[in-house]
Design a protein around this ligand. Structure first.
Ligand code: FES
Length: 68
């Protein structure tokens, strides 16, 4: 899958029960200056706030008992 910033296909966003948000598509993870840090086809984004590797889920939602 191309990661050239030209793909207009919407990302598929799926909140996982008691866990992260799964995002699928031609994704670009950008820093605050807009620079592309990573290009991926799928990422799991933290929504509990406890990850030590934000914006990604690192599994910290499990021991803290995150529910959503
Ligand atoms: S959702 Fe997994 S660490 Fe936050």
């Amino acid at each position: 899958m191309a990661h050239d910033g030209q793909n207009e296909t919407p990302a598929k966003i799926t909140p996982l029960k008691n866990g992260p948000v799964k995002v699928e598509g031609a994704l670009q993870i950008c820093g605050p200056d807009g620079a592309v840090l990573e290009a991926k086809d799928v990422v799991f984004l933290c929504r509990c706030g406890a990850s030590k590797n934000k914006p990604y889920c690192d599994g910290s939602h499990k021991p803290m008992g995150f529910e959503a």
